[in-house]
Design a protein around this ligand. Structure first.
Ligand code: ADP
Ligand code: XUL
Length: 513
């Protein structure tokens, strides 16, 4: 059996797969806010950060590992696990001094992980992906390497506030002494993997590409980006490596304390988006994944590594080899909920029956569907922009908002130069038939709903099995199954309407930002 771990923004999850029977054998999560309230982070991060700063306490993530395994071991025999792999929220970074390697190698099963690793932290808090405080550092990095086009060509993304390189630069500028005392900088995913393996493990190309430091052509740390970020940075970073590698055996700490076999392997970790690509069975080009959560994300395996000339999209390593795209839309459910509440509607009004009251294309009425600052496109919106009166009927507004969201997604994914042959939907709003049909019609591709609740943890378990020689395609067929009767076909009679609507949307956008 194979264990996947996912350290996400709000929780740490374990998911065990059994390829022999094709079943998920065990699943359990620890919620940072409710299970570890002493850290004062109800949503997984320290509230009220100043000037866009969003940090978390890395000891909370570390304590969660002990709590999770103490609970899993009550009902599940961990000696059955052949290999482990971890996934983690992307971009977050943890800073350790030179004692880390020695401490990891000599973890005492009689003491909690937290007490043994706390003295190794060279920075008490860890910036996470929601942090937007590094605008100045992004500009400095871009300037030093010859502009954002160059950063994008090298690393697959322009310099982005939440990415790890700009965050490291800010730390270096704020506290040179603490930066100097830092011996190794881990991502959330590679930290979890390092603790499991009892040694500092490599950073994989999937998560490494979210740092503005990995050169996508050489798959090594880029010398110019390192220099632009902070001095002697290469010495502080684990080496980059392919995701499918085995890092070593599980630490004796977990053997003694929770009953793992000393033969259990630990594979390299990866970021939650690359891991979800695996968990959604989308590691081959052609299948796009759209996740409709608080924010909406769009990701897909790429047949060739192209970068977004406008700088909105990102290129990460695909854990199955090659590359994947990722585009993040901040105002996903946030905007859907805002309009619903503003007009006193329910989700039924956003579903098939509600949408049936207006025609596809909304007779040319288009909305830029943003109630707050957006990152794709990058603009400080505070309310939607419409090409029609704001007091139009509720059904016109709903259609304009939903069509606006997916026309925006179609427009900002055009740089990929690839048409989806299939779209897999996940996240809370994916249950909505009206939205699913709209996505099928706007992208002119069949849509499937996905049953898995935790694609990142499932992806980690599949990667652990794959690293031990199980074929990924066979595993995908076994575990990455759409919900029964969930396939929705595109209506080809809508193709021309949406080809015109995407033009209208683009014009309104250029005129407004
Ligand atoms: P996250 O993982 O970001 O917390 P989820 O993927 O769990 O988010 O999605 C939760 C969101 O899904 C809710 O906040 C809600 O806005 C949205 N949602 C739930 N049901 C529906 C529905 N029928 N139609 C549209 N949106 C829905
Ligand atoms: C991707 C991103 C988020 C995090 C948290 O760039 O910032 O999706 O990985 O899930």
């Amino acid at each position: 059996m194979f264990l996947g771990l996912d350290s996400s923004t709000q929780s740490l999850s374990a998911l065990v797969i059994d390829p022999a029977s094709g079943t998920v054998a065990h699943e359990l999560s620890v919620n940072f806010g409710t299970d570890l309230p002493a850290y004062g982070a109800p949503s997984g991060f320290i509230p009220d950060g100043k000037a866009g700063e969003v940090h978390a306490d890395p000891l909370m993530w570390i304590e969660a590992i002990d709590l999770l395994f103490s609970r899993v071991a009550e009902n599940f025999d961990l000696s059955q696990i052949t290999a482990i792999a971890a996934s983690g929220q992307q971009h977050g970074s943890v800073y350790f001094d030179n004692s880390l390697v020695q401490r990891l190698a000599t973890l005492d099963p009689k003491q909690p992980l937290k007490d043994q690793l706390a003295p190794a932290l060279s920075r008490p808090s860890a910036p996470i992906w929601m942090d937007t405080s590094t605008g100045a550092e992004c500009a400095e990095i871009a300037e030093a390497v010859g502009g954002n086009d160059e950063v994008c060509k090298l690393s697959g993304s322009i310099a982005v506030e939440r990415f790890t390189g700009p965050q490291i630069r800010k730390f270096y500028k704020q506290d040179v002494e603490a930066y100097r005392n830092t011996g190794s900088i881990h991502l959330v995913s590679s930290m979890v993997g390092s603790i499991m393996a009892g040694k500092s493990i490599a950073i994989d190309h999937g998560d490494g590409a979210g740092m503005n430091l990995l050169n996508l052509h050489t798959l090594g740390w880029d010398p110019d980006l390192l220099d632009a970020t902070a001095p002697n940075l290469r010495d502080k970073l684990p080496r980059p490596a392919a995701s499918a590698s085995i890092a070593g055996k599980v630490s004796n700490y977990f053997v003694q304390k929770y009953g793992f076999s000393s033969n259990c392997d630990v594979a390299l970790s990866t970021g939650d988006n690359p891991s979800s690509l695996v968990g959604m069975g989308a590691t081959e080009p052609g299948t796009f994944v759209i996740s409709l959560g608080t924010s909406d994300t769009f990701f897909a395996a790429m047949s060739k590594a192209v970068t977004d000339p406008q700088g909105f999209g990102h290129v990460f390593g695909n854990p199955a080899g090659g590359f994947m795209s990722l585009i993040c839309f901040r105002n996903g459910s946030l905007s859907r909920e805002a309009l619903r509440d503003e007009l006193g509607l329910s989700w039924d009004d956003f579903d098939a029956a509600g949408l049936a009251k207006t025609p596809a294309g909304n007779e040319g009425r288009v909305m830029l569907p943003f109630y707050g600052p957006e990152i794709t496109p990058r603009h400080d919106f505070s309310a939607p922009v419409r090409n029609f009166p704001a007091d139009a009927s509720a059904e016109i507004q709903v259609r304009a908002l939903l069509e606006g969201q997916f026309l925006n997604m179609r427009l900002h994914s055009a740089w990929l130069g690839e048409q989806p042959s299939l779209i897999r939907l996940t996240g809370g709003a994916s249950q909505n038939n009206g939205i699913a049909q709209l996505i099928a019609d706007i992208f002119q591709a069949p849509v499937e709903r996905f049953a898995v609740a935790n694609g990142a943890a499932l992806g980690a378990a599949l990667r652990a099995a794959n690293a031990c020689g199980h074929d990924l395609e066979t595993l995908s067929k076994q575990f990455c199954r759409p919900a029964a009767d969930s396939q929705i076909e595109p209506d080809s009679s809508k193709a021309a309407v949406y080809a015109a609507a995407v033009q209208t949307y683009g014009k309104l956008l250029s005129a407004s930002v």
